[in-house]
Design a protein. Sequence first.
Length: 41
Amino acid sequence: MKSQGQKTTRRATVTILGFDFIMPFLFLAITIAHKNPRFRK
C-alpha cells in the first residue's frame, strides 16, 4: 500500500515536471502563431 502511494506521487511529480518543461515551448509556439499573419484569422 505504501509503495503504491509513493509510485503515484512520483508519477504526479513527473507529470508536473513534464508540464513545466513543455509549457514554455507551447507558449512560444502560440506567440509565434499569433505574430505570424498566415496563422492569424
